[in-house]
Design a protein around this ligand. Structure first.
Ligand code: IMP
Length: 437
């Protein structure tokens, strides 16, 4: 048995897709366990870029099987167009290679309309969602009325439930959210029936498949989406996503027990970014923020929105390490920091005379919160073509070593560019070494 959970250890966009792709050279399965097409994972192979939002990042490796687990919310229209796009790029996708768990819930047009209308109604206190209907789909799941992938197998049985949903959401849109948006049942149903027919052969029992695969000794990667700090419970609530993004969610979102997880890797950028609203104690405002955004190409894969950039936040990351049981960190995008004379690492916060040693619970608590920084020397060299740890400048070594000590967690790899080859081992744990063997 060999299984690794990969989570984003910040607010998403840490480069998980690339790392999953690198680690799948010898993997048998890559499994998504939460979120939906709010995620945007970019993989670069031989200079060719592929952006994925629903398909697991193993899809570009022909020998890897992929599962959209029960904890995922799946928009059938988006999945089908992504399958077409990835097939056009040469990948083979068939029901033997891609499985969609029967218990995963569907994201339908009305979820998207409600998501957008709710954001508008929130006005200045909007969350800055991706507008992909993710929150409303999870709401339906929680109130036990959602439409699931199993329903794609028997469309006639879900027809009246979908109609009831459409009627309910139309009322919600018109009378509560005061929106002009409206869903036409006939149109939605015609499309959904067609999509159900194409997707039905992909629907399977993910929990059983992964349990059996692990029992046979196969290698499984559980691929998280978003980041731990966007976790619905442990993140910067209410500026969070609607699913559980911590590593424990892998077992819930697939349906295997916690003892089946061997290792948790946390992916973090050498700085921080966040998209949408919400507290960000180390945010770089002004020119520096713009410079890092441009250099790091910090624009959303899914929405194209400019990401807010900030210094590395050790306090926030320690929360991620704790809540996800991260046993090793992969540090990405170090190349982006080249040329900055001094780098800052946030080691604590203060509010007036008070020391604050964890992310506060409410957004109001961030008023007056100041980050305290440790300053370390930067490096001027372009490190994007360096391929070994020894060939990196001493200042990069010192930066990584300082972070390792502050985080009290080893750094196993660093990444200095978007391609597979720009991933440098530092101290990979035994489980990962065996995984790659
Ligand atoms: P939602 O997931 O669309 O409901 O958006 C809720 C919050 O999570 C917003 O701040 C989004 O910008 C953020 N978010 C959702 N998915 C991602 C992601 O994949 N990367 C970064 N931020 C995300």
């Amino acid at each position: 048995m060999s299984s690794i959970v990969i989570v984003g250890a910040q607010w998403g966009d840490e480069g998980k897709g690339k790392i999953v792709d690198v680690l799948t050279e010898r993997a048998d399965w890559v499994v998504r366990f939460q979120g939906g097409n709010n995620a945007g994972h970019t993989i670069v192979v031989d200079g060719v870029k592929t952006a994925l939002s629903l398909l697991p990042s193993g899809i570009l490796r022909p020998h890897v099987k992929c599962l959209l687990g029960a904890g995922v919310v799946m928009n059938p229209t988006v999945l089908l167009s992504e399958i077409d796009r990835v097939r056009a790029a040469g990948a083979e996708i068939n029901p033997g290679r891609l499985v969609i768990d029967r218990d995963a819930h569907l994201v339908l047009d009305y979820h998207i309309l409600v998501d957008k209308a709710r954001e508008l109604a929130r006005g200045a206190s909007k969350i800055g969602t991706t507008g992909r209907g993710i929150g409303p789909a999870y709401e339906d799941r929680s109130q036990r009325s959602g439409i699931r992938c199993a329903d794609l197998l028997t469309p006639h049985r879900m027809r009246e439930r979908v109609r009831a949903h459409v009627e309910e959401k139309n009322k919600l849109l018109k009378y509560v959210l005061e929106s002009k948006a409206h869903v036409d049942f006939d149109q939605l149903w015609t499309q959904l029936e067609r999509e159900a027919e194409i997707l039905a052969p992909f629907v399977g029992n993910g929990s059983r498949l992964i349990f059996d695969a692990l029992r046979r000794g196969e290698k499984v990667i559980f691929e998280g989406a978003q980041g731990v700090l966007l976790d619905q419970v442990h993140g910067t609530y209410p500026f969070v996503t609607s699913s559980s993004t911590i590593a424990g969610s892998a077992t819930i979102g697939v349906g295997v027990g916690p003892k089946m997880i061997d290792s948790v890797l946390g992916i973090a950028k050498a700085y921080c970014t966040r998209v949408g609203e919400g507290p960000f104690p180390t945010e770089m405002l002004g020119e520096l923020g713009d410079e890092v955004r441009q250099k790091g190409r910090e624009f959303g894969t899914v929405t194209g929105r400019a990401r807010r950039c900030g210094w590395f936040d050790v306090v926030a990351m320690k929360r991620a390490i704790r809540t996800s049981g991260i046993d090793s960190v992969i540090l990405t995008k170090l190349d982006v920091l080249s040329g900055l004379p001094t780098l800052k690492l946030c080691t604590g916060y203060t509010r007036g005379d008070e020391l604050v040693d964890d992310l506060p619970p409410s957004s109001e608590d961030y008023e007056g919160l100041e980050a305290t920084y440790l300053e370390v020397p930067g490096w001027s060299e372009d490190i994007s073509s360096v391929r070994t740890w020894d060939a990196l400048p001493k200042t990069v070594h010192a930066f990584v070593e300082t972070l390792t000590n502050l985080l009290e967690c080893p750094v196993s790899f660093i990444s200095v560019g978007p391609g597979r080859e720009a991933t440098i081992p530092v101290a990979p744990p035994q489980v990962v070494r065996e995984f790659l063997a």
